[in-house]
Design a protein around this ligand. Structure first.
Ligand code: IVH
Length: 698
């Protein structure tokens, strides 16, 4: 039996080890101890706390289940979402980017769109909010909607002005925090001397430093900041990105001196090569170049997709590669039953990140064939024990570039792709629509159900903090959670039927549970589009969920309509929605007509409150809440832009006419819809009239 003073010193020792390894794992994706060692430490810790419960408050290690990264920072909702960028890898992707914008804006090929070239700094994005001229709050990006409040630490960055000469209103400046290469090795040397773990690259050093609690309150010259965009502003600061960058300098911010405006895409691509070769000499890491439309009026017209702007793109540098060996080939089963092969690699460092697995895509990829049946890698297959070249581009999962057959063990055998699900042993089938190999036992396959539950609590769905993958698996294995509604019964179950702390033992304190129940309680109120996404219906991803939520506004309307449609065998109303394709309609119908899915859904609905879709724009005009159909071509804007304008005004755009439609908007050379509108008595409005209705001027 340990004495209290022994307990105190042991708790301190354990809490340091646990905290350090959690930070390493959750913030820097690296682990300094094995999972078993970690679990052992936690269970030792929990045993001591069980004997001396009064010590629990002093050591907060058991606070979090699965460890929420940096929970010490307050979570704050961003004033407006912090978007990410879509990626381009080739010059052709850049020409496509320009063509897509031209087509959206209905510009001809010869009309020029000026682009601003800005290095893509490989750091952390930061939002700085100034109120009446003073730094009020600094937030990390977080999930784009909610960030962490790192104000106290941001104040220590000497590139972050504490006051700016915009003295009225709220101004939000966004940019990138980075750790300069020149001082990075000094930092690691210092850490080594102190016997602490070093950072594997400057990006991790920036993230670690920004999230560290400092006792020293002097301004810190190590972290740096480049400003590149404005979030909220009391008035329009500039008409173009180039002008904005100059204004940032006037306000006291640093901007990147390699930024430049280009009127020709060829020159821009030449400069990309130049900057790429400059890369080793720069004092900050860059992982590509960002191209932004210079003219803010065009940016506004182009608007946003669900998570990235249409007016900017990140042109990534070629991926970094390393050679390693495949230790094993595993099959993972996704929530829709797809069997995905994954290569487990001997850990290898690729451009500063330790990689231990890579996707093998599908059965054909392993065999040396692409999705059209053509040979890749000269037709060489991939086997356990092979030496392979692995590459990493951006944040995406590492991939395999090539295999070195000369190093292959002569007795190795080709990989035998399973013909039965490794989890539930059901015979698998090839899906005609995407050639994926799939287990169709959706209701009875443990791996699929667990993957569905993980998806349900994930960031973009219910976003329940503190429920890591391992915990969900444990909950499922121990029969505590079988379907989404069970998450919401957990607290009452734990009060009445079982003691969760005893049930799990290691790692579970009273506080851990309280935090978990709080996050589950908070998650009950959910937005329509997130709720729909959380159901994990095949083909109904973030975008489709958003389209459906925009269209139906309220979950109840959507659910009643789909139930009624299914009983009447009517899918037409789904086909009418722009952006909802055949595959989506088929899987919506399949999901909602499945008795068991409906039962689980109805059970879940007892616990949640689904908020109506909130329109991002508050513009109210004569078309708000009206249903429109478009026909013909329009002067000055494309069909896609017209649709996006209608949606900003709160109107719904349908593909087909019916009695329900309020207006047919008629452009030049309209089709047969005019005649149909005459027959149905649907009001027709012409382009100029339409523009007047919505008060639109180009
Ligand atoms: S613009 C809506 N400009 O890249 C526009 N981002 O994948 C959003 N980044 O989260 C960002 N340098 O952390 C922009 N010059 C730059 C950038 C930059 C680095 C990062 C930023 C963002 C990520 C987007």
């Amino acid at each position: 039996m340990v004495t209290k003073s022994e307990a105190v010193s042991k708790l301190k020792e354990l809490s340091d080890i646990i905290t350090k390894s959690r930070e390493a794992y959750f913030n820097f994706n690296q682990s300094d101890i094995t999972d078993q060692e970690y679990d052992q430490n936690i269970s030792e810790f929990a045993n001591i706390i069980a004997k001396y419960p009064e010590l629990e408050d002093e050591y907060k290690v058991l606070d979090q289940i699965g460890a929420i990264p940096n929970s010490k920072f307050k979570k704050v909702k961003h004033l407006s979402p912090m978007y990410s960028l879509s990626n381009a890898f080739t010059n052709e992707d850049i020409y496509n980017f320009l063509n897509q914008m031209r087509s959206f804006l209905d510009l001809s090929g010869s009309e020029q769109i000026d682009l601003v070239f800005e290095p893509k700094i490989d750091g952390l994005s930061l939002s700085l909010i100034y109120k009446n001229g003073y730094l009020f709050q600094a937030l990390t990006r977080g999930d784009g909607q909610i960030g962490e409040d790192v104000t106290e630490n941001a104040r220590l960055i000497s590139d972050v002005p504490l006051s700016i000469p915009v003295k009225n209103g709220t101004l939000e400046i966004r940019g990138e925090v980075y750790f300069p290469n020149s001082t990075f090795s000094e930092l690691n040397d210092e850490l080594k001397i102190k016997g602490r773990k070093t950072f594997s690259n400057p990006r991790n050093a920036a993230s670690g430093t920004l999230r560290q609690f400092k006792s020293n309150k002097n301004r810190n010259t190590n972290l740096c900041f480049f400003a590149y965009s404005v979030g909220n502003a009391p008035y329009r600061l500039a008409d173009s990105q180039a002008m904005l960058l100059k204004i940032f300098n006037d306000l006291g911010f640093k901007t990147n001196n390699l930024s430049k405006v280009f009127t020709s895409v060829e020159k821009l691509l030449q400069y990309y090569e130049e900057v790429f070769s400059l890369r080793p000499e720069l004092d900050y890491d860059i992982d590509g170049i960002v191209y932004k439309v210079n003219d803010f009026r065009l940016q506004e017209r182009l608007g946003f997709r669900s998570s990235s702007p249409r007016w900017a793109i990140a042109h990534k540098f070629p991926a970094e590669m390393s050679i390693t060996v495949i230790e094993d080939i595993e099959i993972q089963i996704g929530r829709t039953g797809t069997l995905s092969p994954v290569a487990k690699l001997k850990p290898v460092n690729i451009g500063g990140v330790v990689v231990s697995s890579a996707t093998l895509h599908n059965k054909d990829f392993i065999k040396g064939l692409d999705n059209k049946g053509n040979k890749i890698r000269g037709g060489a297959d991939i086997r356990k024990g092979d030496w392979v070249t692995v590459y990493r581009a951006g944040d995406v999962i590492p991939k395999i570039k090539d295999v070195d057959i000369s190093k292959r063990n002569q007795i190795s055998k080709p990989f035998a792709f399973p013909d039965h699900c490794p989890s539930c042993n059901t015979k698998v089938k090839i899906d005609e629509s995407d050639s994926a190999i799939r287990c169709h036992n959706s209701q009875g396959c443990d791996a699929q159900i667990i993957a569905g539950l993980k998806h349900f609590v994930s960031k973009k769905a219910f976003n329940i903090d503190g429920l890591g993958g391992r915990i969900i698996e444990e909950f499922y294995q121990k029969d505590l959670i079988q379907q989404p509604g069970d998450f919401f019964r957990l607290e009452s179950k734990s009060k009445h039927a079982l003691n969760l702390i005893e049930f799990f033992g290691k790692g579970w304190g009273k506080k851990s549970l309280k935090n978990l129940f709080n996050s589950i309680e908070k998650a009950r109120l959910i937005k329509f589009e997130r709720f729909l996404f959380s159901l994990g219906i095949r083909h109904i991803g973030e975008n489709a969920s958003q389209v459906l939520a925009t269209y139906f506004d309220s979950w109840d309307v959507f659910y009643n309509k789909i139930k009624c449609g299914i009983s009447k065998n009517d899918k037409q109303f789904l086909f009418e929605i722009e952006g909802i394709g055949q595959l989506m309609v088929a899987s919506l119908v399949e999901f909602f007509s499945d008795f068991k899915e409906r039962e689980k859904l109805d059970d879940l609905l007892n616990y949640v409150k689904i908020e109506n879709f909130i329109k991002s724009s508050k513009i109210e005009t004569a078309i708000t809440n009206k249903k429109l159909v478009l026909t013909g071509t329009f002067k000055g804007f494309s069909r896609a832009e017209l649709k996006s304008i209608c949606e900003r005004h709160g109107a719904k755009v349908l593909t087909a006419l019916s009695n329900n439609v309020d207006f047919l908007v008629v452009g030049q050379s309209p089709g047969s819809k005019v005649k149909k509108a005459d027959q149905l008595g649907v009001k027709q409005i012409f382009e100029e009239e339409f523009k007047a209705l919505i008060d639109y001027s180009l």
